[in-house]
Each structure stands twice: as C-alpha cells, then as structure tokens.
Design a binder for this molecule. Structure first.
Ligand code: B1N
Length: 827
C-alpha cells in the first residue's frame, strides 16, 4: 500500500472546502476513535455497539457546538429579539440521524463507521427515543424547534426534563399494558447540565404587604416550600447547520437534600420526604392527550417550569440590557396551550413585586410579550383549576388573577357588554365550585391567540372564545400547523428524497414549495414506476417491522391502509375497525369478488385510565386474531396493531402508507399533523373535513384526496336537531350485523361480554357519530378499492400529493408566527 507523507495529507486537507473538510471520512474516523478512547474510555477491540453510538454522537455534538456558540454570540452581539417557546411537552424522538443530516455529515460518518466495521443503521436504533410528549402537541413543539433554527429565529424551547417520558405500550393478550419508559437509563449524550443556571421555585405560604413612605403598597410572597429548578441544555441544529438554538429543560431538585435534624433523630423516611416531594415534579410526563389531567402535581409541574423559564428570561434580558424598558422589543414568549398559562400571573408578579414596575406598565409589557396557542376545543381538555387549590399553592398568583379579572370585567362593562358576556369572559367559572379558567387567563394576557388550522381558528371564534372574541376581535389569528421536511421527508424517506433530487434537483430541500416542480412527472409512466418502487421498498421495510413486533406476515404489494395516532373516541379508530369488520363479512360472503387486498394498520397509545380507548385497542387486536387466521379471506385482508407507537415507529410507518386515515368527527381534531407526514410521502388521504384536512383538500385538489362524511356544520345541526343512534344503526344492516357480531362474542369467544360497554355506548349515545358517518365512510372505501385496481391512476394521485404538500412545512408555519405574532425577522 502506498504510504502518503504527512505533508501530502496536510496539503490535501487544506485544499478541501470547509464543509467537505467536516464531512471527510478519514478525519471523522480519527475523531470517533478519539471520543471512544477519551470520552467513553473504551478500546476499539472491546467497544460494544452502544459505545460506538455514544462516541459518534459526541463527535456530531462537537460539530454542533462551535456553530451553537457562534449563533448565540451573534444573537447577543446583534441584540436580536429572542423567541421563547414554553411547552410542557417536547416529543423529539431520536436526534442522531437528524443532527447528522442537518450538518450534512451523513455520508462521511457512514463511511467512517463502515471503515471501523460498525453498521450505522444498527447503532442508530440503539438511541433511546426521547418521548417527552404525548402526541401532536409535543411533536409540533419539536418540529418548531428545528424550523426556528432553520429559518434563523433565535429561540429557546423551555420545558421539563422528565425522568420518565411517555409510557412504553405492550400488547398482552390483545390488551394495552403500560410500562415505564426510561430514556435516561444510560445517560443522554446530547445534553449539557448547567449547574449554574438554577432558580428557586416557591409553593404555598402567604403574602406579606408592606406600606411605603408614600402609602403605596408592595406585596411580597413568602412561600412555605421551595424547590430548585436546574437547567439541562440540548442544542437544536437547523437545516444545513447554519443556526443552532437551545432546548432548555428543567429538572426539579430539593433545596436541601435531606433534613439532617430528622435524619439524626432516626426519622430516615421523614428526612427524605421533602426531597422526594421536590424531585417528583420532574419525575414523569402526564400521559394525557387532549384529556384532563387535573391533579395537583400537574399544576406544580406547570408552575415549576413556567416560573423557572420566566426567571431565566428576565435574568438574561437584564444581564444584556440592564433595563426592562425594552423587554417587549427583545422578548417574545409563546405559550403552547394553557399548560404555561400561569406565565401571565408570574410575569406580572416578577415585574410588579420584584422589579417594582407599576401595574399598568407591567400589564402592557406582559401582553406585548406573551402569546398563546390553543390546540383543542374539547371541553374535557380545557384546563380549569379550583380556586382554593390555586389559592393554597400560589396565593400571590391568585391575588394577581383576581386583580386582572376585576380590571377586565370593569373594562368590558364600561364598553357596554352584557351581563351574560361578562360572565363568559370572566377568569373565574362560578358554576359548581369556583375554578380558574386557564384559557381565558391566557387569552387576556396575550396580544395574539392562535388556532392551529383554519377551521379550528374559525370555530374558536364561535365556541370557547366566542365572547372574548367579541370583546377583542383582533386577537385571534390562524397559524396552520406544519411538519419539518428534514425529519419527515429527507430522513424518514431517503428513497423518495433521492428520487426527487434526481428528478427535480435539490431546490426542494431548501424550499418545499419547489416540490411543485414534480407535478408534470405525475403523468410520466417511467417516473411513476420509480415512485411506486420507492413506495414498495418502504412498505417492505414496514412489513418487516410488523412481522418483528406482531408476528403477522403481510404482503407488501397489498394496499397499506394506516391509522396511527393517539387512541381517542373523537379520532374514531372504532369507525375504522367497524368498517373493517363489515369488509370482512362482505369478503366471506363473496370471497371471489375482485377485492383490493388490504393491510389495515393501527397503532397508538391510550391514556392508562381511558377505558373506552383501551377497549378499542383490544377490539382491533381481537379482530386481527380472527381475520388473520381465517383462511377464507386469504391475503385479501390483514389487520395489525403495532405496539408502542412513537416517533421512531412513525418514521418507518409514514413513508409506507398507501392510504392515510384521518377520520375524526368533523370539528373535533384541531389540526392533525400525521395527515401532513403521510401526504408528503405520497399517501392518499381518506378523511373528514376536519382540522388541516380542509387545507390539504385545498392544496392537493379534490381529485387527489377522498373527503367523506358530515361537515362540522352538519355535525352541529344534527346535534341540535337531536341524533338518534339507535334508529341510525337499525337503518344500516351491515353495521347492525357488525355490532351484533361483536356483542355476541365472535371476536372474544372466551369473554363474550368484553365489548358490551363499547357496543352499548354506540347504540345509546354514539357521541362521536360513528353510525351517522358509517355509510359515507364505507362508500368512500369502496371507491378507494376501485382506484387501487387502476395503479396508474392511484400513483398519479400519490405523486401529486407529494408535489403539493410543500406548504405544510413547519418552516412556513414558523415564518408566519415570526411575522405576525413575534415580530422577528427570518432568513
Ligand atoms: O395538538 C396538535 C393538533 O394537531 C391536534 O389536532 C390536537 O389534538 C393536539 C392536553 C393536548 N390538542 N390538545 C392537546 C395535549 C396534552 C394535554 O395534556 C391537551 N393536544 C392537541 C398540534 O396542534
């Protein structure tokens, strides 16, 4: 082998462009080996796969850090306005491939590892999936963090560093079982603990009022209990690595680890109880998605991270500017739903009690700084807290809320609004036990309030915020959600990404609107064949995952019909499985008809205490058991439930779909974001006119999406008129047969009553109008069958979906927030 002199190597190195230099495999190999030795402490000959992963992540992290410091330094120097995204959830998933891709190091690292005999695809799977969120709301926060870095918005995400993220779901005997998820078991190589960034968070106690020499009063809160919030920072790198932002997550620690006097007197448990009470705040994520989580610990979590974040924001601002005069020019705080709503009261407290601002001045600043995103209209998910709980836990905040409310009600009255309106805009709900309305508090404390899709924002104005919208007609604005194309196209669907680059060039990678250039290729048979080949490859990959996790073998050439999302009655997974049973009955009755072979794929977690949702999971599994083992249906129908749906599973599932199920009762799904991920990878959607489906229809065109069922207006009209589920079911023989079959125990022979509750609720109330939409849904599915038989027509539509989904990039969403809510420039 030729020996190259050191001087030649140096020269070759110097000739490389900076980006190529970073991506140079030989150099990366040296870096990885150095990390393995000096950070992991392993000799390559004994290193295991996890050691290689850690070493490689630390190398990637090093490449981020210089850019991170440069970004932070530049934001400081240019006195840029900073955006703070306060969210109780960040569903980030794995970061290795994401960071590598955004730094454009994938090829170099892949080669470096392969020269070291390490399979990158194998070690990639060893990274735990950071599940610090439940579903769409938390994943949106993660997409936004990446997009803010991409479009150059200086931003910090603030949340909680939960010891345990969302539970791991196992399916045992067809039923969901929850196990703790321990993502931190082997440490998190991405995070930087910041021991110096620590704040005291108070709870309970009393408020002391002192009179100044001129008679003015100052309030000061004397908490009875204190907890420390300490920061852990994770860098978030944008596309092409140009800007890096910070995700700062708070961990709760006791102010004094153990009470020594108690310990010495022999009360060991008592000595630790205060410590445990403190630590419990960041112990676990509430597994509630669009449903209530009304426990005291949840309110403690909400105040804990909100207070820590605001203290940090004011500290950073004062350290740079030494005045609060320009606070609203330099700081924007976005409240992700009402979970950080206490920011309204806490910012007022900090400004008035600690920084001695006058009330009016503090209020003007608070409103100018804060804005609020609403993510749901479901009544059970709208947070309210008992007044007596807030009073006991946060006495000063309760006073501040009362003062805000008194001024609000005076203003509204003065403006001539009615008693009825007054009662609805009030921050306090006086019906049946007084409660603080966190939605109203957020609305009143914010300069802008946004919904997450057009329909949802419109409905906000006529439902939950009807009266507040009458009083403040300029406050509600729409910001339709989006998803990051880096994770959901480039990383999750590398096959399609390569095909797109070969076909329309690289422009779409910096601006997804350029996917439109693909439109003419929808008519090109050669291109469609390549597109179909990529889809088949993705389906084969999913078929392997299905086999691995469920033991069921599915045929990748069948139509992959997929519904993956949290389990909730309003999302109507039961509409899907009931129609699947009807299809099963029809196939058995007429086995030699020209059926379109389908694989029905479901996945999603149910809140542990949500019995009806768990019952639907079990029904899907029971149905799968019967259908998949029925030789009469051959390969015409398979039904699978993939356990433990999470971001990493979604990355395999989304690119493999032919048909995407988005079938919520119209008016109830605020936006949906899975719908966008599917569409981007060329799935056709079967869906109701709900959430962002409405805008998907506008973008892809009515020929390329199957919309069915009642509209939100029709749903409302039917409810007003009075809905009779019994008469509706009686009028649909196929549905009645399905329900009778389930009730008679066809799918649960060992426990015939298993689905009595589910079936009864459909006959007697059917709140989510499953029966009312059943026939329209069935007809729409049969149309999809017919289309499947014409693969050219199907693939043409699939290509057009990819071509026209560019608008749903979270870059577009973030630019809109930046312009219309935060008043910050983007690049
Ligand atoms: O937020 C997503 C939307 O795309 C979905 O349509 C919407 O359902 C989801 C309480 C929620 N709304 N509300 C929640 C989550 C956790 C919790 O404790 C409510 N999640 C949504 C992004 O806009």
């Amino acid at each position: 082998s030729g020996v190259t002199s050191a001087m030649d190597l140096n020269q070759a190195w110097a000739d490389l462009k900076p980006a190529e230099r970073e991506n140079d495999p030989a150099h990366l190999k040296t870096e990885i080996l150095a990390k393995l030795a000096y950070a992991v402490g392993k000799d390559p000959v004994v290193a295991n796969s996890s050691d290689w992963l850690t070493a490689t992540i630390l190398v990637v992290r090093d490449h981020i850090v210089d850019r991170w410091m440069a970004s932070t330094r530049e934001n400081y120097r240019a006195e840029k306005k900073r955006v703070y995204y306060l969210s109780l959830e960040f569903l980030i998933g794995r970061l290795f491939r994401d960071a590598m891709n955004n730094l454009e190091l994938t090829s170099g690292i892949t080669q470096a590892l392969s020269e070291l005999d390490v399979d990158i695809d194998f070690i990639r799977e060893l990274e735990p999936d950071a599940a610090l969120g439940n579903g769409g709301l938390g994943r949106l926060a993660a997409c936004f963090m990446e997009s803010m870095a991409t479009v150059g918005v200086p931003a910090y995400g603030y949340g909680i560093r939960y010891d345990n993220g969302l539970f791991r779901q196992a399916i045992e005997d067809g039923a969901q079982v929850e196990y703790p998820e321990n993502w931190l078991a082997f440490g998190d190589p991405w995070e930087f603990p910041r021991r110096e960034a620590a704040y005291t968070i108070g709870f309970g106690g009393s408020v002391e009022v002192t009179k100044d020499w001129d008679g003015a009063t100052t309030s000061s809160w004397k908490p009875q209990e204190t907890v420390m919030a300490t920061a852990y920072d994770t860098p978030v790198v944008g596309w092409r690595g140009e800007k890096v932002n910070t995700l700062r997550l708070w961990r709760a620690r006791p102010t004094s680890p153990i009470k020594l006097d108690l310990f010495n007197s022999g009360d060991h448990m008592g000595a630790l109880s205060e410590s445990n009470r403190a630590k419990s705040i960041s112990r676990v994520l509430y597994p509630a998605d669009s449903s209530e989580a009304g426990q005291e610990l949840r309110l403690r979590q909400e105040f804990f991270f909100t207070s820590a974040s605001l203290q940090d924001i004011l500290r950073r601002h004062l350290q740079q500017y030494d005045t609060l005069d320009n606070l609203a020019d330099k700081v924007a705080v976005q409240m992700n739903d009402t979970h950080p709503a206490l920011a309204v009261a806490e910012l007022m407290r900090l400004l008035v009690d600690q920084h001695n601002l006058k009330w009016d001045e503090a209020w003007t600043k608070t409103q100018a700084v804060l804005s609020y995103t609403n993510h749901t209209l479901l009544p059970e998910a709208l947070e309210t807290w008992p007044v007596n709980l807030v009073e006991r836990m946060l006495p000063r905040h309760m006073q501040i809320i009362y003062t805000i409310n008194a001024r609000l009600l005076t203003d509204v009255k003065t403006a001539g609004h009615s008693e009825e309106i007054l009662e609805k805009v009030s921050l306090i709900d006086e019906h049946g036990g007084r409660r603080v309305r966190m939605g109203n508090l957020s609305f009143v404390g914010a300069h802008k309030v946004n919904g997450v899709a057009g329909l949802h924002s419109d409905l906000m104005k006529v439902t939950v915020f009807k009266e507040l919208h009458q009083v403040f007609p300029d406050r509600i604005t729409n910001k339709t959600n989006g998803v990051t194309p880096r994770r959901w196209l480039m990383q999750a669907n590398p096959g399609l990404t390569q095909l797109l680059r070969d076909t329309i060039g690289d422009g779409f990678m910096d601006n997804t609107e350029k996917l439109r250039d693909l439109e003419p290729f929808a008519q090109n048979p050669a291109f469609r064949a390549k597109f179909a080949a990529v889809k088949l490859e993705n389906k084969t990959r999913l078929a392997h995952l299905i086999h691995e996790r469920t033991g069921v073998k599915v045929d990748p050439t069948a139509m992959f019909d997929i519904q993956v999302k949290r389990m909730h009655e309003y999302k109507r997974q039961h509409l899907n499985i009931l129609e699947t049973i009807a299809l099963y009955n029809a196939i058995r009755a007429n086995p030699h008809k020209n059926w379109a072979p389908r694989v029905k794929v479901f996945a999603g977690k149910a809140a542990a205490s949500y019995w009806q949702a768990k019952s639907i999971i079990r029904l899907i599994n029971d149905v799968g058991n019967v259908v998949n083992n029925d030789s009469a249906v051959r390969d015409l129908l398979k039904v699978v439930f993939i356990p433990n749906y999470n971001v990493s599973a979604a990355e395999v599932i989304m690119p493999a779909a032919d048909l995407s199920e988005q079938i919520s009762t119209a008016g109830l799904e605020a936006s949906g974001t899975g719908n966008m991920k599917f569409g981007l990878s060329g799935a056709l959607t079967i869906g109701t006119l709900d959430g962002a489906n409405v805008e998907m229809l506008e973008h892809v065109g009515a020929d390329n999406i199957k919309i069915f069922g009642m509209t939100a207006q029709e749903v409302e009209a039917l409810r007003i008129k009075g809905y009779n589920p019994r008469a509706t079911i009686e009028g649909i023989p196929a549905l009645k047969e399905v329900l009778d079959g389930i009730a008679s125990g066809i799918f649960s022979p060992s426990d015939k009553n298993r689905y009595a509750g589910l079936v009864d609720s459909l006959w007697n109330s059917d709140h989510f109008l499953v029966a009312a939409d059943f026939e329209a849904y069935t007809a729409a599915q049969r149309e999809m069958d017919a289309l499947w038989h014409d693969q050219d027509a199907w693939m043409t539509k699939a290509v057009l979906n990819t071509a026209r989904m560019g608008w749903f990039s979270s870059d577009r969403t973030i630019r809109e927030y930046a312009q219309e809510i935060w008043n910050v420039p983007t690049v």
